[in-house]
Design a protein around this ligand. Structure first.
Ligand code: BTN
Length: 258
């Protein structure tokens, strides 16, 4: 996979932070360079999409990357996709698990959520947060009403080295970041579709308080998803706040989405 963008990663491992995204947002304010990465053993106020709390006990990989991308505002969303693809690549290489992506930012395996990505912009920089349930036993996983949750440990019975996982993810990220900068989101589209766990599946979309049910028929070159036809109409949704996708119950999720 070419082209590749070289980033000289500067990784700091911390014991405990509120949120690695907050720590890197502070680094942005201090003028830290692209490639700054903060990893924490635990987060006391880990954050997920849509204002959800992100349970971050010891054993997970909780990290955030500082990027100063030369991308248009409408291309920035591709960084979430690049990070999701990198996380999937890193996990697959290290564990062999058939991990995939539940549009737009969830890392899934066997119908269960293993992790997620959350990007935030600040003053021209983008902070990409990656949260993966790595060495977390089932007793320490959160019970979420809307979807089942799992970890690498639960799926494989094995402990992995978080530093090796992070190194793999950062290396995979450089390839996708390079493609994104050079070709735009269309450079990621083939792999984005290939690794999707929703394409062809029955889904339930919540968008600004309304619910749409149907089959996920397409992922387009602008990061959108097309769902249809329920009543003869196809609908397109953007990956933005206020939009939430759930797999229908038969595919391992409850009937509601978060
Ligand atoms: C989601 O699925 O809602 C996204 C979850 C993102 C969690 C990660 S953990 C590292 C970084 N710090 C945070 O507070 N959130 C992200």
């Amino acid at each position: 996979m070419k082209p590749r963008l070289q980033i000289d990663w500067d990784v700091t491992w911390l014991d405990e932070v509120t949120s690695t995204n907050d720590a890197v947002l502070n680094a942005v304010k201090s003028g830290c360079r692209e490639g700054t990465v903060i990893v924490a053993r635990t987060q006391t106020r880990g954050r997920g999409r849509r204002g959800n709390a992100w349970h971050s006990p010891d054993g997970g990989l909780w990290c955030s990357l500082l990027l100063r991308p030369e991308l248009r505002a409408d291309e920035l969303w591709g960084l979430t996709a690049a990070a999701a693809l990198a996380a999937v690549g890193g996990l697959r290489n290290l564990t062999g698990l058939p991990v995939g992506i539940k549009w737009p930012n969830d890392i899934y395996v066997g119908g269960k959520k293993l992790g997620g990505i959350m990007a935030e912009s600040s003053g021209g920089a983008v902070v990409v947060g990656i949260g993966l349930n790595a060495n977390i036993g089932s007793a320490d996983l959160p019970r979420i009403e809307w979807y089942p949750v799992t970890s690498v440990l639960v799926e494989t019975g094995e402990i992995i080295d978080p530093a090796v996982l992070l190194e793999g993810i950062l290396s995979e990220f450089c390839e996708r970041y390079g493609l994104l900068v050079e070709q735009g989101f269309s450079g990621l589209l083939g792999e984005w579709r290939e690794l999707s766990v929703v394409l062809g599946k029955r889904v339930r979309m919540e968008c600004d308080g309304r619910v749409f049910k149907g089959t996920a028929v397409e992922l387009d070159g602008q990061g959108g998803i097309i769902i249809g036809p329920q009543d003869g109409t196809r609908r397109r949704f953007e990956p933005r706040p206020g939009v939430s996708l759930g797999l229908e119950a038969s595919d391992g999720e409850r009937a509601k989405s978060p």
